[in-house]
Design a protein around this ligand. Sequence first.
Ligand SMILES: Cc1cc2nc3c(=O)[nH]c(=O)nc-3n(C[C@H](O)[C@H](O)[C@H](O)COP(=O)(O)OP(=O)(O)OC[C@H]3O[C@@H](n4cnc5c(N)ncnc54)[C@H](O)[C@@H]3O)c2cc1C
Length: 506
Amino acid sequence: MSHHQDTKDDDLALRRETMEEADVLLIGGGVMSATLGVLLHQLDPTLNIQIVEALADVARESSNPWNNAGTGHAALCELNYTKQLEDGSVDISKALEINEAFQMSKQFWAYLTEQGILGDPKDFINAVPHMSFVRGAKNVSYLRKRYEQMQAHHFFQDMEFTDDAQTITEWTPLMTQGRNPNESIAATRVQSGTDINFGSLTQQLVDYLEDKDNIKLATNHIVKDLKRQKNGHWQIKVRNMTRGVNRKITAPFVFVGAGGASLPLLQKSDIPEGKGFGGFPVSGQFLVCDNPEIVSKHEAKVYGKAAVGAPPMSVPHLDTRVIDGKKSLLFGPFAGFSPKFLKSGSLLDLPSSVKISNLIPMLAVGKDNLDLTRYLIEQCMLTEEDRIDTLREFFPEAELENWRLETAGQRVQIIKKDQEKGGILQFGTEIVAAEDGSIAALLGASPGASCSVSVMLDVILKCFPHKLDQWQEKLTTMIPGFSKDMKEDVMAYREIRKKANDVLGI
Ligand SMILES: Cc1cc2nc3c(=O)[nH]c(=O)nc-3n(C[C@H](O)[C@H](O)[C@H](O)COP(=O)(O)OP(=O)(O)OC[C@H]3O[C@@H](n4cnc5c(N)ncnc54)[C@H](O)[C@@H]3O)c2cc1C
């Protein structure tokens, strides 16, 4: 190796060396840490920020484009956000909440694009219509009712409904070709849906941060332990996997953004707020098609209804993906079981996470979720042909030879204490923060990366309340919806949304 190369490697190693003291320590190089890092740097550029990532690069776990479905979740198509109530009406409150959260993400990304921090928006966000699709008279009637209620709100004003097969053919030809003409089907469509490459987004956010003198990224560094010191700051033990040495970093604020591995790190922190939480990992697989002839006939993300017992995030969907400028189709997810908390995790992840404090909630969830257990067992036993049969419910003429199976990321669902039942399985995300705001961990996986901005804003609200007066104005500049009630304020919503969409080209 040349002397020049040696010096270059030394420089890189030094650049990748960790700080001994940081103001902010971000564990994990996924979209969540990256978003929080950029938000905090924008709010206070003097903060010394250390990011620690276990793998050789950022965005290799759930935030990698092939490990998630890339749907910009805005509740435009996901039927699990709109439950039908006993009186036949549809509860759209969760859909409103998720749409508003996604609007905030778009506003922040638009701000970063205008600032030149993010490059060409097409590299991470592309317009792809969002559709819901149902079969059978009962489901058609639910979809119509849902459409009537949603379309009356300004967030969903552009939604269209049809129960006419010809119109569905115009929207997406693959779904009707070869279908029984007597089958009762219906669909809704919102043209302004999106497909997102969260990997590219994460990489760009981290590249921007890494360029600053007071921000460091250490890859191949795994956080092994964290302890609270007498002065209230945290001391973190990290292992440099390349050199095989341990380092210590202290920081007054730590964010645990380790994806599925956030739970064991939260347990290591020993904060009382983290007691009683458990995790239930669900793995996923997608069928992928790159055949240009087929791909060109489907330009939408089409979400169906979940099977009985299926967890909400296992709703089947047939999706256009746009990754590195190339389009493909993705169908799934097919759920599976693996005790790992990360794709790169260990088979001991689940058993080691069982503690005295979460044993009762975990046993209660096992007992109360037999439908889910049955569903997962059935999913694990699916053959290649079974998977194609499921796909044929969406795309009747699908052929096995055009599709390959890809393994997606792990999702660790939250198990938490419940007064009545002992423990419940929760499918959303939850920020668990210490009372003094010195540490926050993000548990759960849904609706995920799409809501990363509003979820990280919640971390800021919980952990930096004393700074809010000072930061309010900048927060409003970056995310105009932050200080508005967009659910009620139609004019503000229209103006803010148009501006963000124009900048992002969607
Ligand atoms: C199958 C599937 C489909 C999905 N579909 C969508 C979708 O369509 N739309 C959407 O918005 N969201 C979706 N999501 C959710 C979304 O991918 C996640 O919410 C998001 O990527 C989580 O980001 P994160 O930063 O929290 O975690 P990750 O991206 O998983 O990053 C965590 C990082 O922490 C690192 N790490 C872990 N432990 C340590 C340690 N001890 N020390 C140092 N580093 C550590 C890991 O290596 C990893 O890089 C999906 C997820 C899955 C699994």
